[in-house]
Structure formats: structure tokens, C-alpha cells
Design a protein around this ligand. Structure first.
Ligand SMILES: O=c1ccn([C@@H]2O[C@H](COP(=O)(O)O)[C@@H](O)[C@H]2O)c(=O)[nH]1
Length: 240
């Protein structure tokens, strides 16, 4: 995979027209993420639109519910034929197993490739202080993120979402084929915004990330295509 294919651009916009505008501006981008804002607005229409443009799709709905409910949601998502799908690791092992079985089973029924089901370890907007004081979790942050990733791996998930600051440790400990997807990535020239545990794109790839989710540094730039190209050039120096 070349550096460009490792960048996933989130379409964090309110409607189909705004999404279409970005997709058109970013012609060379091959992988887009559809999250809560856009999917809640457009429903599956946006999936059809991206497929008609031959784009890869990360459906980032971050399921978090009881086993029966997440399994049902995963069945519905598996019918879209998307590439990546998220669930919170904190659903626990029963829900993760049910979700994983559901995507495999439903995709086979409809004769599609199952989406890679990946677990959110700890949102990249959470700091160590918030982990301790807001979430009341007594572990150190890297230890907690690793525990969530290992639980996901043991329950049969395909990968995890983690911040670039934890990815080296997860890469060392998890299996080679366990996908590691990093949001919270920021070039030195971009604003961090609400992201608390960021590294640059080149640092994240050098630390072992398979994919980088990079949104506002590209989508909020005056020239999104130029911002994307600048990031690609920075990445080529580490991954070719
Ligand atoms: O822990 C997480 C999980 C998902 N995200 C999503 O990634 C993008 C990041 O966008 P930026 O504009 O680059 O901050 C966004 O869609 C989040 O929902 C995350 O940031 N952290």
C-alpha cells in the first residue's frame, strides 16, 4: 500500500451536498470515512454515492450497546458492503463476540466481503487526566488502550482504533495482521482542535499505523487538495 492509500478522509459534514463538494475536491482520495453526523443526515444514500465513485468506505458509527443490539446493527451494516466498521471496546467481550459473528454471518448470507470490524480503544479526545478524573479509570492511559486492543483481538475483531501516541506499543504487542487505525493525527502546521494525543502523519506511520484518519487539517483547509498533497509528500519520506 502506498502512502496516499493510508490516508482516510472523514466526511464530517452535515449533508450530502457538502459531502459531494468534498469528494469532488479530493478526487485523488481513495478512502473516505462516514461518521455519525453525515450518516444521521443522509442514511445509506451516502454509501451508494461513495460506491458509485469507486471509493473505499469506513463506516464509523461507533456502536456501543448490549450484545443483541450491536449484533443487529452490525448485520445491517454488513449489508452495505463497507470496508471498515467501528464498535467501542467498552461494550465488553460478549458484545464484541456477538458483533464479530454477526458481520461474518450476514456478509456471507448476502455474498459480500465482511467489513473489518475494529474496536475503539479510547477516544483520541480523552487525555490521561480525563481518563482518571472523568472516567474514573485507575490504569495509566497506554496500559488501558493496550488492554482494550488485546480484548478486541482475543474476541476475534480485526483491529483497533487508537491514538498515534499508543500505536507503537499496540503494534509491538498485537498480531501483525491486527489493523491499527489512527485518528488524532496532526501535521505540525495544523491546529490540534479537540484532539489530545496527536502525532504527525509521518510519526504515526513510522510507529506502525496501518491507516491515518485525517479530517480538519484537510477538509477545513482553504485548499483541501493542496493540504492532502502536502501530507502525502510528508508521508512519502517514511513509507514510500
Ligand atoms: O478516537 C477517535 C475515534 C474516531 N475519531 C474520528 O476521526 C475523525 C478525526 O477528525 P479530525 O478532524 O482529524 O480531528 C473524526 O471523524 C472523529 O469522529 C477520532 O477523532 N477519535
Amino acid at each position: 500500500m502506498n502512502a496516499k492509500e493510508r490516508i482516510i478522509v472523514p466526511l464530517d459534514v452535515p449533508d450530502e451536498d457538502s459531502a459531494t463538494f468534498l469528494i469532488n475536491k479530493l478526487e485523488q482520495v481513495t478512502f473516505f470515512k462516514v461518521g455519525l453526523e453525515l450518516f444521521t443526515s443522509t442514511g445509506p444514500k451516502i454509501i451508494d454515492l461513495l460506491k458509485s465513485r469507486k471509493k473505499r468506505i469506513f463506516l464509523d458509527l461507533k456502536f456501543h450497546d448490549i450484545p443483541n443490539t450491536v449484533a443487529g446493527a452490525c448485520r445491517s451494516a454488513a449489508r452495505y458492503g463497507v470496508d471498515l466498521l467501528t464498535i467501542h471496546a467498552t461494550c465488553g467481550t460478549d458484545a464484541l463476540k456477538a458483533a464479530s459473528e454477526a458481520v461474518q454471518d450476514e456478509a456471507a448470507k448476502v455474498n459480500l466481503n465482511p467489513p473489518k470490524l475494529i474496536a475503539i480503544t479510547l477516544l483520541t479526545s480523552i487525555s490521561s487526566r480525563q481518563l482518571a478524573f472523568d472516567l474514573k479509570i485507575p490504569l495509566e492511559l497506554p496500559e488501558y488502550a493496550l488492554a482494550m486492543a488485546l480484548m478486541a483481538q482475543e474476541t476475534g475483531l480485526d483491529g483497533a482504533v487508537c491514538s498515534p501516541q499508543e500505536v507503537a506499543q499496540l503494534r509491538q504487542t498485537c498480531k501483525d495482521n491486527f489493523l491499527l487505525v489512527c485518528p488524532g493525527v496532526r501535521p505540525t502546521w495544523a491546529d490540534k482542535g479537540d484532539q489530545k494525543r496527536s502525532l504527525t502523519p509521518a510519526q504515526a506511520i513510522a510507529s506502525g499505523a496501518d491507516y491515518l484518519v485525517i479530517g480538519r487539517p484537510i477538509t477545513a483547509a482553504a485548499d483541501p487538495e493542496l493540504a492532502w498533497q502536502r501530507i502525502c509528500e510528508e508521508l512519502i519520506t517514511v513509507s514510500g
